[in-house]
Design a protein around this ligand. Structure first.
Ligand code: AMP
Ligand code: ZN
Length: 478
């Protein structure tokens, strides 16, 4: 079976064939860097990583582009309210530029911890202001824009098929409009360029043919995907929340400028839920990857958990499911480690070709990761020739990214099931001094030593069995 992917635009599974055999163009909407990513966001990036690895498994070379939204994403999708970056700046007391840097770094650390491959090209909205202005100028010249008191807007009434991606009924939206219109002519119209406010100074603003201001959020993705992949490329991805506004608007802009719908396939990941609610950055409490690590889980346990659900099915997060995922991951590694005759010259490299074919079939059926995992477990539990199990699991892991070859035995278990990491000698030395300080009730010294241990990248926890060390993750991003 050839690779088939679900295309939201056509609302159907379609056989994937690259536009250019030499290279697949993949664009994924990246993070808005005003805060940490939450594990819901990371579910979307895990789905995109699985897609990329599956394309590579199928022999394609992938040019993967991801933007960093560091300007222009307003608090409300209706082009209202504050820029999220400026809001984040007020919240943290750091400049918008500094928080962009800080949360971009934190995001990349999250990706690394989850073994998500970095994109081939990273592109920041603030580095592409000229491209966005040129895009808007073209739209203006073609008669797709109008000016209001606060910006330049895209006139969606110019496109009879506007919103097709979301199957939007434009007349219905107008009739039941709950959206704040402002000076917009239609609720679906959206900002291409916003003017800086007259009464306050923005941290991020630029000159343009229309006045000082900043680009709207949607134009960055049309402009940057075009720059790095062209106006017609293979696959565009994001979370399902982008279908109705952000991606519909990207398509509108590019269609107006070039007559294409930007990407041949539009793919969307379903949301991670907590209880009944979707997890969102703006709704206050959310779980970061670090929160899972603090509770003693490996980031890769979360990766495993995401693989247990199809990317188009909602996934409910709870701690029990994550514990099961952590256990599953460790058992898989145990099965790998148990096949320890892999060094035999005559068997090394030999894989179970039937299992590999079944694994590929599962992924080729629109990335059916749960089915692929079932194949993995069949191999893990099987009694194959020595070495074959390892070689086959290695081949699977190129797509799964679970670090199956990591020795589960080297990880000492904490009493409550948390994992422990082995610290280097200098950390052990400091820990010994801390234990002594605690014995002598020199609490201040003990705390200072805990701080020193932390700067070396380890957290220390006192358990009934003695000190337990955990590698700190994302040290720089708190
Ligand atoms: P943002 O940083 O808010 O622009 O979002 C980054 C990515 O995460 C986008 O592709 C969103 O669609 C996606 N996303 C946001 N919330 C969730 C969630 N709860 N589950 C899965 N993906 C999400
Ligand atoms: Zn985007």
């Amino acid at each position: 079976m050839a690779l088939h992917l679900y295309d939201t635009y056509e609302r159907t599974l379609r056989r994937f064939e690259p536009i250019d055999a030499a290279q697949v163009g993949l664009y994924c909407c990246g993070p808005t860097v005003y805060d940490h990513a939450h594990i819901g966001n990371l579910r979307s990036y895990l789905f995109e990583d699985l897609l990329r690895r599956t394309l590579e498994f199928n022999g394609h070379r992938v040019r993967h582009v991801m933007n960093i939204t560091d300007v222009g994403h307003l608090v409300s999708d209706a082009d209202e309210g504050e820029d999220k970056m400026e809001k984040g700046s007020r919240r943290t007391g750091q400049s918008a530029w500094d928080i962009a840097k800080r949360f971009t770094r934190a995001f990349r650390d999250d990706l690394a911890a989850l073994q998500i491959h970095e994109p081939t090209v990273w592109c920041r909205a603030t580095d592409h202001i000229a491209e966005q202005i040129a895009f808007v100028a073209d739209l203006e010249a073609a008669g797709y824009t109008y000016r209001t008191d606060d910006g330049i807007y895209f006139d969606t009434s110019r496109q009879p098929d506007y919103g097709w991606l979301a199957r939007l009924e434009r007349s219905g939206i107008r009739a039941g409009a709950r959206v704040e219109l402002g000076d917009k002519r239609s609720p679906t119209d959206f900002a291409l360029w916003k003017f800086s406010p007259r009464d306050s100074q923005r941290q991020m603003e630029w000159d343009s043919p229309w006045g000082r201001g900043f680009p709207g959020w949607h134009i960055e993705c049309s402009a940057m995907s075009e720059k790095y992949l062209g106006a017609w490329f293979d696959i565009h991805c994001g979370g399902e929340d982008h279908i109705g506004v952000h991606h519909s608007n990207e398509i509108a802009q590019t269609q107006a400028r070039h007559g294409t719908r930007l990407a041949n396939f539009w793919m969307h990941g379903a949301f991670l839920q907590t209880g009944d609610a979707k997890m969102s950055k703006s709704s206050g409490e959310f779980l970061r990857l670090q929160t899972l690590v603090d509770r003693g889980f490996e980031p890769l346990a979360y990766r495993y958990l995401c693989l247990t659900a199809h990317y188009r099915s909602p996934l409910s997060f709870d701690w029990q499911a994550l514990t099961a995922a952590q256990t599953g991951l460790e058992r898989l590694r145990d099965a790998y480690a148990a096949d320890d005759s892999a060094g035999d010259a005559d068997v090394s490299g030999k894989v179970d070709v039937d299992a590999l074919a079944a694994f590929r079939d599962a992924l080729d059926a629109d990335l059916n990761a749960p089915r692929a995992l079932a194949v993995v477990w069949r191999v893990a539990r099987s009694a194959t020739e020595p070495g074959v199990k390892r070689a086959t699991l290695d081949a699977f892991d190129a797509v799964l990214g679970l670090d199956i070859a990591h020795s589960a035995r080297s990880a000492r278990r904490a009493p409550h099931g948390a994992r422990a990491d082995s610290p280097p000698p200098e950390v052990l030395e400091l820990a010994q001094q801390r234990a002594q300080a605690r014995k002598e009730k020199r609490w201040h010294d003990a705390d200072a030593l805990r701080g020193e241990i932390a700067t070396l990248g380890f957290d220390i926890e006192d358990t009934a069995d003695g000190a337990l060390f955990r590698r700190r993750f994302d040290k720089a991003a708190t």
